[in-house]
Design a protein. Structure first.
Length: 172
């Protein structure tokens, strides 16, 4: 049986109204007592949960507004790798990717680094560094192995710099 044009329009209108009511009901779960400008991402922090944008702990020095990871690790990573050209930096995801860097004394070898900041707290396990190395052979760049100690040395340099930054901001 075919439905008339008026019947289809009525059903579409009813579905539209149900969808509009369902979407408008989403805003009623937020209380009016929240301070202006507070993000819903902060709701979990108030209940002891985990915030998806960092700042899950209530240590105000662990993260700054506008950055989703530990600010000391972020700044220390940028400071430590400042000699390498920066390809990408995502402060919300906590990823820093450098472009290829070749030391002028060894032009047939180049390095690239990726730093992952995994937590809002200043901890050794909140940092992961990956180093990539290539050597030039017959005019083409070929992947080469990286000594695992190199990645550990860079992680330690970043952690040392992060501690220095943290101690520099303590009240005297």
């Amino acid at each position: 049986m075919l439905m008339s044009q008026a019947g289809r329009t009525l059903i579409k209108g009813a579905l539209f109204m149900v969808a509009a009511l369902a979407l408008s009901a989403c805003s009623m779960f937020r209380g009016d007592d929240a301070p202006a400008g507070q993000s819903r991402a902060d709701d979990n922090r108030d209940r002891g949960g985990v915030s998806i944008f960092g700042g899950g702990n209530n240590d105000s020095s662990a993260s700054q507004a506008g950055i989703g990871v530990n600010s000391f690790l972020w700044r220390a990573s940028l400071d430590t790798l400042n000699f390498m050209p920066l390809a990408s930096a995502d402060p919300f995801g906590g990823v820093i990717i450098t472009d290829w860097y070749s030391d002028p004394t060894t032009p047939n070898e180049r390095f690239k680094a990726t730093v992952y900041i995994l937590d809002t707290r200043l901890r050794a396990d909140a940092l992961n560094v990956s180093i990539f190395r290539q050597q030039q052979q017959s005019g083409a760049w070929v992947d080469a192995t990286v000594d695992p100690a190199t990645e550990i040395q860079i992680e330690n340099a970043i952690l040392t710099r992060a501690r220095q930054l943290r101690l520099g901001q303590l009240p005297q």
